[in-house]
Design a protein around this ligand. Sequence first.
Ligand SMILES: [Mg+2]
Length: 119
Amino acid sequence: MEQIRILLVDDEEHIRLLFKEELEEEGYSIGLASNGFEALEMLKVGEFDLVVLDIKMPGMDGIQTLNEIKKVNKEQRVILCSAYGEFKQDFSSWVSDAYVVKSADMRELKDTIKNVLGV
Ligand SMILES: [Mg+2]
C-alpha cells in the first residue's frame, strides 16, 4: 500500500515536530517546510496528497501561500491551520479544503485530514 504524503508547513519548529510525530503515528509520510517559499519549492519537485498549512508565518503568510499553491495546481488539497480562532469567520472566502484551529489535542486535525482525503 502506498503511503499518503502530507506536507506540513509551519514556521514554529516545535509545531512541525509535534505534528510530524503525531501524523507519522497515523501512518502518513510527512514532509516539512518552515515557510511558504520552501513549501512551494517542495511542491515543485514532489507530489503531496495534502498540505497542512499554518496561517501566521513571516514573509509569506498561509493565505498567500495557499493562493500560490492553487495557482500552480488548483486540485492540490490544503488544510489551513491556525492558533487563532477568529480566522474561522473568513474561511468561506478562502480556497482551502478545510480550516482547523491548532490544539494540543490533535483529534480535530486528524479527523479533518481523513475527511479531506476521503479515507
Ligand atoms: Mg506560525
